[in-house]
Design a protein around this ligand. Structure first.
Ligand SMILES: Cc1cc2nc3c(=O)[nH]c(=O)nc-3n(C[C@H](O)[C@H](O)[C@H](O)COP(=O)(O)OP(=O)(O)OC[C@H]3O[C@@H](n4cnc5c(N)ncnc54)[C@H](O)[C@@H]3O)c2cc1C
Length: 398
């Protein structure tokens, strides 16, 4: 039996959830396939949100655990550089993804859990998707006018699909995180701060570490480009967590839960749309390589996908072209630049400290760096280019 729908969304993370909610709200018949039995519960993430995220995506502030006006950047020598912005926020993915899914259902989207994408193929002007109904143990097929692929870092789009990107595997990062539950609250500053640490692993590779506070736990984790054996990554994380503990919760008994997942830190995927099929979120490579931020980009791409699916009257090829151009204009330049900045910094890791010193000394530089290109005022651009030029000169000749 072949089911039919207007928009089929694969994956119910922030990209898929926002797409489903906003498309359904615009009157588009929407079906979501999500492989997990419960939305968001298995997502491994530090779940830091940029300032204004809840307002931008019309989400209740009740999902926010901590407001974090302070960003603490630690260089390869462990020196701390303090930057104020925002404030940023933290949440958990069970709350974020779960809330977005609930709101999508309220708008009329149908969300099917335990539904694992297997394959897709064009059929005239439609796309036919085959998925495994994990509860019933059956294969099912859906034909859709538009399919939005939003399966995150594990998206399998490299095997003969029109979206295949040869650089994809090289951009994958291994991550491991502890949810640390202290018996008593940690030091007060922990709950006002997002910490990012950049330093060398024992094998010489660069690691990014983080501590993001939540109401009842601290997310303490590490990421590394490429693969690292699980035991080695755990040894690195144990050493990192011990350092965080010494500063923020010494002598407080804790219990912890370990979780690991892939993250993407490479160039955005070059091909993200074809007539009737769109790719968004991390599956499209929309992650900031300097800090792992991808929730905002995922949600924003979901919004663009919803607008594309709702653009009645446009031929599907034209609508896909508009989606690809909008994604390109909004994210590609910035995210490509972030990959290059990361490569520049990692080539001589001393440069991390120099950059953090500049950010800490010049709040307008930090603010301007954080904004999207289209949000930047002429004054932002001036501050950004002047500070970037000063930093580049110093970093090149240091
Ligand atoms: C350790 C870690 C920490 C991070 N911290 C942050 C942070 O603090 N802030 C931030 O902004 N970003 C962070 N990120 C990045 C962020 O998690 C992603 O950018 C974001 O989740 C991307 O959203 P998405 O909707 O594209 O994909 P995802 O959130 O990965 O959602 C994909 C969904 O698709 C489902 N799915 C996958 N395959 C299939 C299939 N075959 N069939 C059906 N469903 C499928 C999955 O179950 C999942 O629900 C972090 C990532 C990691 C790994």
């Amino acid at each position: 039996m072949l089911e039919e729908t207007e928009l089929l969304v694969v994956g119910c993370g922030p990209a898929g959830g926002v797409a489903a909610r906003e498309a359904a709200r615009a009157g588009v018949e929407t079906l979501v396939l999500e492989k997990d039995a419960q939305i968001g519960v298995k997502r491994v993430c530090a779940a830091g949100l940029r300032p204004g995220f809840c307002t931008t995506f019309d989400l209740p502030k009740t999902i926010v655990h901590c407001d974090t006006p302070r960003l603490a950047l630690f260089d390869i020598h462990g020196r701390e550089h303090e930057v104020f912005f925002g404030p940023g926020h933290t949440t958990t993915r069970e709350e974020l993804d779960g809330t977005i899914a609930q709101l999508a259902r309220a708008e009329g989207a149908q969300i099917r859990t335990g539904a694992l994408l297997r394959s897709f193929a064009r059929d005239g002007d439609r796309v036919v998707v085959e998925y495994a109904d994990l509860a019933a143990g059956l294969r099912r097929r859906v034909s859709a006018r538009t399919v939005f692929f939003a399966q995150g870092a594990t998206a399998r789009l490299e095997d003969g699909s029109p979206f295949a990107y040869e650089g994809w595997r090289d951009g994958l990062m291994a991550t491991l995180q502890y949810r640390v539950y202290p018996e008593r609250p940690a030091a007060a500053i922990a709950y006002q701060t997002l910490e990012l640490h950049y330093y060398r692993a024992r094998d010489g590779r660069m690691l990014i570490g983080w501590m993001f506070p939540k109401r009842d736990h601290l997310a303490v984790g590490l990421g590394v480009m490429g693969k690292m054996p699980g035991a080695q990554l755990r040894t690195e994380l144990d050493a990192f967590e011990a350092r965080v503990r010494a500063r923020l919760y010494p002598q407080i008994p804790t219990r912890r839960k370990e979780e690991g997942h892939l993250l993407y830190g490479g160039m955005p995927r070059p091909a993200v749309a074809q007539a009737g099929a769109l790719v968004g979120g991390t599956a499209a490579g929309l992650v900031d390589a300097t800090n792992g931020e991808g929730i905002f980009e995922a949600a924003a791409s979901g919004r663009l996908a919803a607008q594309t699916a709702a653009s009645a009257g446009l031929r599907s090829g034209e609508a896909a072209g508009r989606y690809a151009s909008a994604l390109q204009a909004r994210f590609s330049t910035r995210l490509r630049r972030r990959v290059r900045i990361m490569e520049f910094l990692c080539a001589r890791p001393e440069r991390f400290g120099m950059l953090f010193e500049s950010l800490a000394a010049s709040p307008p530089f930090a603010q301007a760096l954080y904004r999207e290109d289209r949000e930047r005022t002429p004054a932002d651009r001036l501050a950004l280019y002047a500070a970037a030029a000063r930093f580049a000169l110093r970093a090149l000749y240091a």
